[in-house]
Write a protein that binds this ligand. Structure first.
Ligand SMILES: *[C@@H]1O[C@H](CO)[C@@H](O)[C@H](O)[C@H]1NC(C)=O
Ligand SMILES: *[C@@H]1O[C@H](CO)[C@@H](O)[C@H](O)[C@H]1NC(C)=O
Ligand SMILES: *[C@@H]1O[C@H](CO)[C@@H](O)[C@H](O)[C@H]1NC(C)=O
Ligand SMILES: *[C@@H]1O[C@H](CO)[C@@H](O)[C@H](O)[C@H]1NC(C)=O
Ligand SMILES: *[C@@H]1O[C@H](CO)[C@@H](O)[C@H](O)[C@H]1NC(C)=O
Ligand SMILES: *[C@@H]1O[C@H](CO)[C@@H](O)[C@H](O)[C@H]1NC(C)=O
Ligand SMILES: *[C@@H]1O[C@H](CO)[C@@H](O)[C@H](O)[C@H]1NC(C)=O
Length: 526
């Protein structure tokens, strides 16, 4: 329970003094009574002072969020909002005392089901009135979708949009000055939700920051499912252990690291890398812990190939080389990928007993044909968003182990072709940055510290922070040319070992010297 409530009984006599000294706090405690919106039920409104370690007792266990440290003073509003007669979202709005006149919606991840409190804490500390919702169901499993299309619809597009509609009304009620600009920040499924807004609700946001987007999502489900039939279970002679994937990764670096001019363990443009896994097939007598069998080399080759459908059409591009070490225990684990299995069981076949080990591209065709509520999120005509004056900034880690960065390039090409616009024109409203050395939405071997989330925060200078770069673009008309990332010595919060300026697609980073590769000025976008 927040300290304010604990203090009340003790300070009753002095509450008039308290009131005059804490108008923000008073406004917060009186806010619940002011909310009369259709379909909205207020669960509680709490003042949370900066420095609170907030207990998240109500957060579903599978979300793994038991507490959140909150750095700024906020007024926390928790609600249930009906989205149909048999579905609802759990919605929170956090109103910071130090408000900048900006509204922001956060997104979700995977198939969840989890309010991303760490994002709400991050953006409210930057002065955004922030909303976050649970995507229409609780927890990380896809089971709530089972025979419940309303929950699927919330997941596809209705949760974020409803949160925005309600959140904007509450923001206008809470702050006398209302809000000036509206933003979105999300990654992975959150990146897809950002593009869903761009495609379907072009007036929801002035600026959308959509990372590692899970768009082309039906095919992403199929692509994630197709690794198991390639690797087989750990007992299979086609399988590689995580230790062997490390050997493969080192070989891929040997073949591709220096294409960008620098031997630094970071591949700047995986699109130029076509590794030959057969190069490390075991020689007679060679210790098999450092080389591959022919069958294993074929596994590597297939994993790094695109997925084609029953008709030979491209469903999903290849996994980009460079992500092997982090992909191994998840995508090539010798187990079917859990999110895909859930999607096929609970949505595609409505059969909880469906056997995920039997997946084939025939299943991919069934799933794509269904595409409920357009989960694909693959519409390439975003002219209504452009006409509305919206800006979208997307980034993708080039070591992403869950969603191939090549898919973001494919979407970029489709938008250019569909709208008939070259990159120079797309730059006016749609900019895409390739983040070398970043894994899925964060982490990785390189300069991934771009402030897309608290865990990747170096600082809030717009040159070094994707969200603040978007704010500068929307409010000052200065678009980002590059995004500077920080390489941390020992994870987020530790010292910065070096920085690198990541290029705007279709440019790529090339090492020109003369300085060390750790010198950002030794690199050029070409
Ligand atoms: C917050 O409290 C939880 C226990 O409720 C604890 O595990 C966690 O370390 C605390 N976090 C901080 C930043 O103090
Ligand atoms: C519930 O059903 C009624 C009657 O069809 C409809 O008017 C109302 O909008 C529905 N509520 C929601 C939240 O969709
Ligand atoms: C309020 O936010 C501004 C930037 O928007 C910052 O410069 C200032 O330090 C913040 N004040 C407090 C009390 O946090
Ligand atoms: C999700 O959990 C919250 C908090 O326990 C609960 O109020 C809400 O009804 C749940 N939502 C669904 C769709 O089950
Ligand atoms: C193969 O290499 C591993 C790891 O270096 C070592 O533990 C093992 O003893 C070697 N096996 C043979 C047969 O040399
Ligand atoms: C494959 O081609 C057939 C015949 O043209 C068509 O009916 C079917 O929809 C196609 N399937 C896919 C997944 O494109
Ligand atoms: C470049 O910097 C790295 C990391 O500090 C260092 O290990 C390496 O020796 C340097 N290389 C040169 C050529 O100075």
């Amino acid at each position: 329970m927040p300290p304010f409530r604990l203090l009340l009984p003790i300070l009753t006599a002095g509450s008039a003094v308290l009131a005059s000294q804490n108008p923000f706090q008073d406004k917060c405690s009186g806010f619940a009574d002011k909310i009369h919106l259709p379909n909205v039920k207020v669960n509680f409104v709490d003042y949370v002072p900066g420095g609170t370690n907030l207990s998240l007792a109500d957060s579903p266990t599978s979300c793994g969020e038991t507490s959140q440290s909150v750095t700024a003073d906020v007024c926390r509003v928790a609600m249930a909002v009906a989205t149909s007669n048999n579905s609802e979202i759990t919605l929170e709005a956090w109103f910071p005392r130090n408000y900048t006149g900006r509204f922001l919606s956060t997104g979700n991840g995977g198939l969840s089901g989890c309010i991303q409190y760490y994002d709400m804490a991050y953006t409210s500390s930057l002065g955004f009135a922030t909303v976050g919702a649970n995507n229409g169901h609780n927890g990380t499993s896809g089971e709530p979708f089972y025979r419940h299309p309303e929950v699927v619809e919330d997941f596809v597009h209705r949760s974020v949009h409803t949160g925005v509609v309600i959140g904007k009304q509450l923001t206008k009620m809470f702050y006398d000055e209302g809000f000036d600009k509206s933003y979105y920040l999300g990654c992975s499924t959150g990146g897809r939700q950002g593009f869903k807004s761009v495609q379907k609700y072009p007036n929801d946001f002035d600026g959308v920051v959509a990372g590692a987007p899970a768009f082309n999502m039906i095919n992403l489900m199929s692509w994630s499912a197709h690794f198991y039939p390639i690797t087989g279970p750990p007992s299979s002679d086609t399988y590689l252990s995580p230790a062997m994937w490390k050997v493969v990764h080192e070989e891929i670096l040997r073949q591709c690291d220096e294409i960008d001019g620098a031997k630094d363990g970071i591949i700047e443009d995986p699109s130029l890398c076509y590794p030959i896994p057969e190069a490390i097939i075991c020689k007679p007598g060679q210790n098999s812990t450092s080389c591959l069998s022919g069958k294993q080399a074929n596994t590597v080759r297939q994993v790094l190939s695109p997925l084609y459908g029953v008709n030979g059409t491209l469903l999903y591009p290849r996994m980009q080389p460079g992500s092997e070490v982090s992909a191994a225990p998840i995508m090539y684990s010798g187990q079917p990928f859990a999110y895909s299995a859930d999607w096929y069981r609970y949505v595609v076949y409505s059969n909880p007993d469906w056997d995920a080990t039997t997946f084939s591209v025939r299943d991919a065709a069934v799933a794509l044909k269904q595409n409920p509520y357009d989960l694909q999120t693959w519409d390439a005509d975003i002219s209504p968003f452009r006409k509305a004056g919206g800006k979208v900034l997307t980034y993708h880690g080039l070591q992403d182990e869950l969603i191939s960065s090549e898919n973001s390039k494919l979407y970029y090409a489709r938008v250019a072709e569909t709208m008939g616009l070259p990159p120079k024109e797309l730059d006016d409203f749609y900019r895409f940055f390739q983040i070398s050395g970043m894994a899925h939405c964060g982490d990785g071997d390189g300069a991934y510290g771009i402030g897309n989330q608290l865990e990747s925060l170096n600082d809030v200078n717009p040159d070094n922070n994707v969200l603040m770069a978007m704010v500068r673009w929307v409010e000052k008309g200065i678009p980002p040319e590059t995004i500077r990332g920080a390489k941390f010595t020992d994870g987020p919060g530790s010292a910065v070992e070096y920085t690198r300026k990541h290029c705007r697609y279709p440019r790529r980073n090339v090492y020109k010297g003369p300085g060390n590769y750790t010198d950002e000025n030794a690199w050029q976008c070409v």
